[in-house]
Design a protein around this ligand. Structure first.
Ligand code: AMP
Length: 448
């Protein structure tokens, strides 16, 4: 199993860094013995999920490893989330909080043989929920094992074994599963970007250069950001071999620019939902492909069986989280051409904005719970084929201030769910069955 591979890497790689973030590192030699010690404590303590309170720190993947060894599911929980949101997630999962102090107290010496239980849950993640509350996804150890076996067989991945791996996504998003576990199982040097680095362009580039990744895992939004700097080029990143792009549509323009800057790069356009473990299909993009929309997979070569049912992409197989009984209808629309699968948008209102998965219904339900809000509808604001922000339409008989509503939301929701633009009216247009008429609101938004 993948845990055994990680244990062997720890035994053979000694002083080499396994995990890096900011100025901090954990060496390979220290990683397993310390994680095992923490695992011994976690196992002695009982069962049930563990909430790891950190998402961009060096000890966090090490704490994940401790939970896997102990056989307890982990829930990465961002300490920057509003307290009310953290409380809801802790209550729903019944998770025991684990902090940096717990990791620091873990000195090598404790013994805990790694849990086997392939059907056990490896981790819990929450995504935005269409029912108005966050949606919990529980991914099994078997799902994770299956994903890793598939991801390592992708072009350009095995060749990065033992080298630098850089992950852009916070460790509470399923995209990070690719960089963390590919690096750990292939004996790499994993760097997670800190919040400070992401907030400052110059620091970010210095870190990228220092990390010198062979494998970069990120969203197209992040890749676009990197491309804005001319220094994002082979002269400064000579080791970069493979980019694993996932989480939202990769535009031919971004892909074309990347391949032009980095000749010889393997650029994977990977696709998949959290519910089917990070990614289920991928295609290595060539410059010739960049003249038109890019494919997201090859039929018959995915981590799962991909099929189209009434135009919807349906997944069947071992990567699908246990709660779905092996079949997951994604809500994504697609079509197949010459054996390649293409993404054609959503069949529902789900949005991807800067890589974040957003259900307007969750924002609307939270808004409607606030005093003075009779009804709310949240729409993506699009320009040039991209989502540029969220607009909230609020039905109210009062004079509400946008800042006050945004503040009230910020006490309940993560920052990426807070609309940046607000429109108020005494009544919102409705469809014949009494729901907000999103089409009419969209027309209003674009002044049609
Ligand atoms: P998440 O669960 O956050 O990974 O979001 C999954 C959703 O992101 C999918 O259902 C798609 O709608 C979208 N998505 C993921 N990868 C891609 C891709 N390569 N191209 C287009 N959409 C994608």
């Amino acid at each position: 199993m993948f845990l055994e591979e990680i244990r062997q890497n720890s035994a053979r790689l000694g002083e080499r860094p396994a995990l890096c973030a900011g100025e901090e590192q954990i060496s390979w030699g220290a990683l397993w013995p310390r994680a095992e010690s923490l695992a011994a404590r976690l196992r002695a303590e009982g069962e049930g999920p563990v909430a790891v309170l950190g998402v961009r720190e060096v000890w966090v993947p090490a704490a994940f490893l401790a939970c896997l060894i102990a056989g307890r599911p982990y829930l990465p929980l961002d300490p920057a989330l509003p307290a009310a949101r953290r409380r809801v997630l802790l209550e729903r999962t019944g998770a025991r909080p684990l902090t940096r102090a717990d990791w620091e107290a873990a000195v090598p010496g404790g013994r805990c043989p790694a849990a086997e239980a392939p059907e056990g849950i490896a981790y819990l993640l929450f995504t935005s929920g269409s029912t108005g509350v966050p949606k919990q996804v529980a991914v099994s150890r078997r799902n994770l094992e299956h994903f890793l076996r598939w991801a390592r067989s992708l072009p350009g991945v095995a060749g990065t074994a033992g080298r630098g791996v850089l992950g852009q996504a916070a460790l509470s998003f399923d995209l990070s599963v690719a960089d963390v576990y590919l690096s750990l199982t292939m004996g790499g040097v994993h760097t997670t970007l800190t919040a400070g680095e992401l907030g400052d362009f110059r620091t970010l580039f210095r870190r990228l250069e220092e990390a010198g990744p062979a494998l970069l895992v990120g969203t197209p939004s992040f890749l676009r950001l990197c491309l804005r700097d001319a220094a994002f080029a082979p002269a400064r990143l000579p080791g970069l071999r493979t980019v694993f792009s996932c989480g939202e549509a990769l535009s031919p323009r971004t892909a074309g620019q990347l391949l032009e800057r980095f000749p010889g790069l393997t650029l994977l356009n990977a696709y998949g939902p959290t519910e089917a473990t990070c990614a289920v299909s991928a295609v290595a993009i060539t410059r010739e492909m960049c003249a038109r929309p890019l494919p997201i997979g090859r039929m018959g070569e995915g981590a799962v069986e991909l099929s189209l049912e009434d135009g919807e992409i349906v997944l069947r197989g071992e990567s699908v989280a246990p709660a779905y009984g092996g079949v997951y209808p994604t809500g994504d629309l697609g079509h197949v051409e010459n054996g390649l699968l293409y993404f054609d948008g959503r069949r529902d209102d789900q949005i991807k904005y800067r890589g974040y998965r957003i259900e307007p219904a969750e924002i609307e339900a939270t808004l409607e719970s606030l005093p003075g809000v009779e009804r709310a509808c949240v729409l993506p604001r699009r320009a040039g084929g991209q989502v540029r922000g969220l607009t909230a339409f609020v039905e109210t008989g009062q004079r509400l201030r946008p800042e006050a509503l945004a503040e009230a939301l910020a006490r309940r929701l993560p920052a990426y769910l807070i609309p940046g633009e607000w429109r108020f009216s005494a009544s919102l247009p409705l469809t014949p069955n009494g729901k907000c008429d999103r089409k009419r609101l969209e027309e209003q938004m674009y002044g049609a």
